[in-house]
Design a protein around this ligand. Structure first.
Ligand code: ADP
Ligand code: MG
Length: 257
């Protein structure tokens, strides 16, 4: 079981879109996949076709110790993967968690007993470096960082990289940056191509080969409660995430060799 956190403390950079579409693309490629929604906004839950206003249990109960993974997860039938869903209850968990023992390891421990259930677990993190994100980073083997190729993109990156280094040093020796994923890419924009080239220069093979273009079909899909890769499989956005899934599968296979 490979566990990846999709993280970037900036909002609106494509974390949820990447989580939902990578999960669906991995499932299409035959991988048993779980998507964990760690953002109280519940966008990944809704985008997977699961109604966040009608959850028997959620990741909140799991984190505070009131539910196990089998009790809290749901099958997202249309999407083809399992979801550990969330809703606003999770916003309160931050405060409750502070009081609890091993507060940053709650997600890790909840997943540990079910390592055989999945090939991939993806964790959609909230737009902050909060205790929730920390739970995501402690549970994960690696971090996927979606980013837009715009002028300020690199600025926030160093905070995230430092946080990942600290978590690696103190809490989770397994954690590494798997890669930076360029999203909402516009090949006609000079800035996009310049920042993209800069990223490649700085981070080398930590930059994924796949480029996800700006594509309206990816933005439309959530309102239908279905991942973009299934909503319009022929769209450029869907094709990009299908390629990204293949790239991820190749990566994890290369670790075994
Ligand atoms: P985050 O989870 O980081 O806050 P989202 O995935 O919710 O970011 O994306 C922010 C907004 O951008 C959403 O409205 C989403 O539909 C849109 N979006 C994300 N990726 C793309 C893309 N490749 N093309 C077009 N719109 C996108
Ligand atoms: Mg999000």
């Amino acid at each position: 079981m490979h566990i990846f956190a999709i993280a970037n403390q900036k909002g609106g950079v494509g974390k949820t879109t990447t989580s939902v579409n990578l999960a669906a693309a991995l499932a299409l490629r035959g991988q048993r996949t779980l998507l964990v929604d760690l953002d109280p906004q519940g966008n990944a839950t809704m985008g997977s076709g699961v109604d966040k206003s009608d959850l028997p249990r959620s990741v909140y109960q799991l984190l505070v110790g009131l539910a196990t993974l089998p009790e809290a997860r749901l099958r997202a039938d249309a999407a083809g993967y399992d979801v550990l869903p969330t809703n606003r209850d999770l916003a309160g968990a931050e405060i409750e968690l502070v009081e609890l023992e091993r507060r940053e390891l709650r997600l890790k421990e909840a997943l540990a007993d079910h390592a055989g259930d999945y090939d991939f677990v993806l964790i959609d993190c909230p737009p902050s470096l909060s205790l929730l994100t920390l739970n995501g980073l402690c549970a994960a083997h690696g971090v996927i960082i979606p980013m837009q190729c715009e002028y300020f993109a690199l600025e926030g990156l160093s905070d995230l990289v430092n946080t990942i280094k600290k978590v690696h040093a103190n809490l989770n020796r397994d954690l590494k940056i798997i890669g930076l994923l360029r999203v909402m890419y516009d090949p006609r924009s000079t800035l996009s191509t310049q920042v993209s080239a800069q990223l490649e220069q700085h981070f080398g093979d930590k930059v994924f080969k796949t480029l996800v273009p700006r594509n309206v079909r990816l933005a439309e899909a959530p309102s239908y409660g279905i991942p973009g890769v299934l909503f319009d499989k022929t769209s450029k956005g869907a094709q990009a995430y299908l390629n990204f899934a293949a790239e991820m599968i190749e990566r994890v296979q290369s670790w075994k060799e």
